[in-house]
Design a binder for this molecule. Structure first.
Ligand code: GLN
Ligand code: ZN
Length: 769
């Protein structure tokens, strides 16, 4: 095909769409079903209606080929587990008794049976349920969901393409089932799994699928030669099947790197690649392998995981280059639109001018259609859209929100010394010991205390105008009094104010920093029926006034013990927001760090001697490719140090991170130059303490001795055991005693009992020293 006819054939498509519906109907139906208020049939018909509405919306917007099978009641990886029959032993009877109830049991567990583990889907904030496999796992094909959804779309008269998690990525995302040796490699099951995929593909073909998409995003991560061989072999086999649909292998979130030549050679009909900024190397990679002669290329030029409008002209240039490299070039978002909210036009509180800079799923769909039309029929057919896009981009670039000279001057003047504390850790530790006078094995908590129903009511009352600011603040203060009184009575050494004023650890600060936007309806699925509304880090960041000082100083006024100030760190502020795409992340992080630094300095000036800057996202934001990690860690650790380095040597800086598996970032944790770190450790029996020790980590650390993710109250004996284990790795002079994470999701009774046990464990172990 010539590049001209390749252009003429250009089509618009997407890989997936937000599942929840405009008013989160799916969430309501599923949660109603869990509570027994919605029947299974009613839930099914809500879901059918939502799917049809989504497809219609896509088709009406001009999408030529709609995805099917991307819908899920909970998670598409769990759907894949069902599709290949890899139901864990412990869930089998429930699934056989009632497929829908059993499905939710796998996702959420029951009174008696643990759910599948949940973990992040690559570097997004979406969580999938981890398949559990072992040498005895048998696979059986169950294509019912995929076939039914395809038929629904076809019955609407649409061109539809089923989307499946590819077999190799599925295995690479799996872990050994409980009881299976940890060194078991799920990928060793590939030969057993491929026939099941063959059967599903045949069923889809029989049901009318011309194309089927197999997602293999695992290949945008570093892969071993054996894994690359596995994917080559998988598609050789699937490609050789008689009477199969055309196959499209999709990748997203980053560049394919050395997997690109492998997939380009695979005997399949199409490849989908990410061509957004972070994956720009795919363009060179594709040219280097001589393009995809005879194949269909789907070009993900519209960013599917951020909320900014596309630079249409720039995308057209990319598409123009690609035309020479494949038989047919189609236009898509870089990944499923699952990762962005549904519709920006639903936002009422964002200025109309600024709203024009934003593209949620619906607006992105329109961009994709425009680009496909421009490619197929010439740019003069989209002249109006291009002009409007140029104007919107210019309005964003020229806006004082985007560029605040004061912020830029300050960030530009930062020196290396600004991000270094005046004295090395060892000297600071001595000064802090003298200043704080804490016992050995000091006890503390991570920040939040139970967020009671009354607090949520108070916030709702404030929003609805039923109470004024003064009334609301009185309720927060009452909560602080209670939290302080409890901690004194329980005998904790370093107290917290309890974070009663915070709805969310990122949103609270986003609402108080200039340069951030909030949405009303910008819901994005985090897992299952849990949706979050990430704030939008839209412009240059500054802090008009102190954000937390009054709450911390109020708490400090109630007690003679030190009260720890509590802030969210710059990396986490970026990681859990939609971030501006017009400058390097490191520059944005530096601006946020400077704003937070002012807060740290103000806390110190108002008498706070211990300040915690939480960075739970440091590990999870690690780039997918190892080659990109040191650059990330450099700006990330610098931003943390810039936030905290302005304080006196005798002011103690804490940080906190959740989640296990710190192995590959211990050096970065050290580079934060914090005085004390608290980490999640109870479930892994202090594994992280041993990792810190193995690294020679020289600072103070509090590996958690109380697993706050469960309502269970750990006994004093358990906490004592964990502390003794911790002491084998970290000497008493540097060991802190604390829970794993904040207590906001816990109830008061279990929190009281657990913290009392924690304090008595610390006292007992102190007596043994
Ligand atoms: N300070 C926060 C809290 O206690 C930390 C939360 C977190 O680590 N995710 O709630
Ligand atoms: Zn935490």
């Amino acid at each position: 095909m010539t590049s001209k006819s390749a252009a003429a054939a250009a089509r618009a498509t997407v890989y997936g769409y937000p599942r929840q519906g405009q008013n989160r109907e799916l969430k309501k139906a599923i949660e109603g079903y869990w509570k027994g208020r919605v029947t299974a049939d009613a839930l099914r018909s809500t879901a059918t209606g939502l799917r049809a509405a989504n497809w219609r919306q896509l088709a009406d917007a001009g999408i030529h080929e709609v995805p099917t099978g991307d819908f899920s009641y909970y998670d598409h990886v769990l759907d894949t587990t069902v599709m290949v029959g890899a139901i864990p032993e412990r869930h089998r009877s429930a699934v056989e008794a009632d497929a829908l109830a059993g499905y939710f049991a796998m996702a959420r567990g029951t009174q008696d049976v643990a759910p599948l583990e949940m973990t992040k889907w690559f570097d997004t904030n979406y969580h999938y349920l981890v398949p559990e496999l072992g040498p005895d796992t048998g696979f059986t094909a169950n294509s019912a969901k995929q076939v039914a959804e395809l038929k629904e779309a076809l019955a609407l008269g649409l061109t539809a393409r089923p989307v499946l998690v590819g077999p190799v990525t599925y295995l690479l995302l799996a872990k050994p089932a409980p009881g299976v040796p940890a060194d078991f490699e799920p990928l060793s099951l590939l030969d057993r799994l491929l026939p099941v995929y063959a059967e599903v593909l045949a069923d889809l073909r029989a049901a009318g699928a011309e194309w089927v998409q197999l997602d293999e995003p695992a290949f945008v991560q570093d892969r071993t030669p054996a894994e690359l061989n596995a994917v080559a072999r998988a598609y050789r086999e699937l490609g050789a099947l008689p009477d199969r649909p055309k196959l499209l292998i999709a990748s997203y979130f980053d560049r394919l790197g050395n997997a690109l030549p492998v997939l380009a050679k695979a005997p399949v009909e199409g490849l989908a690649l990410d061509f957004t900024e972070s994956a720009a190397a795919n363009l060179d990679g594709l040219a280097a392998v001589g393009g995809l002669p005879g194949k269909r290329l789907i070009a993900g030029v519209v960013n599917g995981r951020n909320i900014w409008i596309n630079d249409l002209q720039k995308s057209l240039t990319t598409l123009g280059t690609l035309l020479g490299l494949a038989d047919r070039v189609d236009v898509a978002a870089s990944c499923s639109l699952l990762h962005v909210p549904l519709d920006a036009s639903a936002e009422r509180d964002i200025e109309p001018q600024i709203l024009r800079w934003l593209a949620f799923a619906r607006q992105k769909t329109a961009e994709i259609v425009t680009l496909a039309r421009g490619l197929a029929r010439g740019t003069d057919t989209i002249a109006a859209e291009l002009a409007a896009n140029r104007a919107d981009l210019a309005s964003r670039a020229g806006s004082p929100i985007t560029r605040d000279p004061a912020v830029r001057d300050r960030a530009g003047a930062v020196t290396d010394a600004d991000a270094r504390r005046a004295q090395p850790y060892a000297e600071r530790a001595t000064a802090q010991r003298a200043h704080l006078g804490l016992p050995l094995l000091p006890t503390t908590t991570i920040g939040s205390f139970p967020q009671t129903g009354e607090l949520r009511v108070a916030r709702a009352d404030l929003r609805a105008g039923r109470i004024g600011t003064a009334g609301y603040e009185e309720r927060v203060k009452a909560e602080i009094r209670e939290v302080i009184a409890f901690q004194e009575k329980a005998g904790l050494d370093v107290l917290v104010h309890g974070e009663a004023e915070r709805n969310d650890m990122v949103q609270y600060f986003a609402e108080r920093l200039t340069g951030y936007l909030a949405t009303q309806h910008g819901w994005v699925q985090s897992y299952g029926t849990r949706y979050v509304r990430p704030p939008i880090l839209a412009g240059d960041i500054s802090r008009p006034e102190p954000m937390t000082v009054r709450w911390t100083t109020y708490a400090q006024s109630l007690t003679a013990r030190p009260v720890k100030g509590m802030l969210t760190g710059p990396v986490t502020m970026l990681a859990w927001s939609f971030v501006r795409d017009d400058q390097p992340l490191g520059e944005t992080a530096r601006q946020v760090a400077l704003a937070l630094r002012d807060e740290v300095d103000d806390l110190e000036a108002s008498g706070t001697s211990v300040i915690q800057v939480d960075e739970p996202a440091l590990r999870e934001t690690l780039p997918l490719r190892a080659a990109d990690r040191s650059a990330y860690l450099e700006w990330a650790t610098e931003a943390f140090r810039l936030t905290t380095a302005g304080v006196r040597p005798d002011t103690q800086i804490h940080t906190h991170m959740c989640y296990a598996e710190f192995g590959d970032v211990v050096q970065a944790i050290d580079d934060l130059d914090a005085d004390v770190i608290s980490l999640e450790a109870a479930r892994s029996h202090m594994q992280v303490a041993r990792e810190l020790a193995a690294h020679g980590y020289p600072r103070e650390a509090g590996p958690g001795v109380y697993d706050i993710h469960s309502p269970r109250v750990p006994s004093a004996e358990e906490a004592t055991e964990l502390l003794r284990t911790g002491l084998e790795a970290i000497p008493a002079e540097r060991l802190w005693v604390n829970p794993d994470c904040g207590l906001k999701t816990r109830g008061w009774p279990e929190t009281r009992a657990s913290l009392e046990n924690l304090v008595s464990a610390a006292r007992r172990v102190r007596g043994e020293l």
